[in-house]
Write a protein that binds this ligand. Structure first.
Ligand code: X6L
Ligand code: MG
Ligand code: MG
Length: 175
């Protein structure tokens, strides 16, 4: 498990919580993937295409033996398994799995760009990601994330929905 990746999850169709937890369970059912950390779940106003339902968004950190392309293929396969149809650009989806970072690598291929090119422009990504990085006390990236967040409008469009360490404890891989 030599690689560390951060993945953003989002859902705004059907049972959003079910979709997100199913995706995490399926991803981590592979022996090549281990869940290291996860954020709280946030309910977020849709961005880009606004005439759609509210999203649930969160970020997970994994350790993986997969290479970036195999991880991407697995994510796309899992999106289809969980019923994702791609019709409207930026439209509603049962599940969206975006690779945010893969180690410290810079990948510029046709299929995959990492770090995710728009991650620093999206409060629904930065806020949960900051939660996990704060746990790691990684101050350089924390500062970048905090500075990026400060620039963004509509941070109030990202509201805590299920707190990781709250009364209503969230169990992404079941008990
Ligand atoms: C100007 C123009 C500013 C476009 C921003 C931002 C476009 C984000 C697309 C943008 C712009 C996106 C989610 C979402 C989408 C999600 C929430 C996208 C692509 N995915 N809204 N919108 N959560 N809340 O996961 O991210 S579609
Ligand atoms: Mg996305
Ligand atoms: Mg995506």
């Amino acid at each position: 498990m030599e690689n560390t990746a951060f993945i953003a999850l989002g859902s705004n169709i059907g049972n959003r919580y079910d979709n997100i937890t199913k995706a995490i369970k399926r991803l981590t059912s592979y022996s090549e993937i281990q869940l290291v950390n996860y954020s709280s779940i946030y309910e977020t106003d849709p961005v880009g295409y606004e005439d759609q339902d509210l999203f649930l968004n969160m970020v997970i950190e994994i350790q993986t033996a997969f290479n970036p392309m195999d991880l991407l293929d697995l994510c796309l396969e899992m999106e289809i398994e969980l019923g994702r149809k791609r019709d409207i650009k930026w439209g509603p989806r049962t599940i969206d799995l975006d690779i945010l970072t893969f180690n410290q690598e810079n990948i510029q291929s046709e299929k995959l760009i990492v770090p995710h090119p728009r991650m620093l422009e999206r409060a629904f990504v930065i806020i949960p990601l900051l939660e996990i990085y704060q746990d790691k006390k990684c101050s350089e990236i924390n500062k970048l994330l905090e500075a990026s967040l400060e620039e963004l409008p509509n941070k109030e469009g990202v509201r805590i929905w299920k707190r990781k360490n709250g009364e209503d404890v969230f169990e992404p891989i079941g008990s």
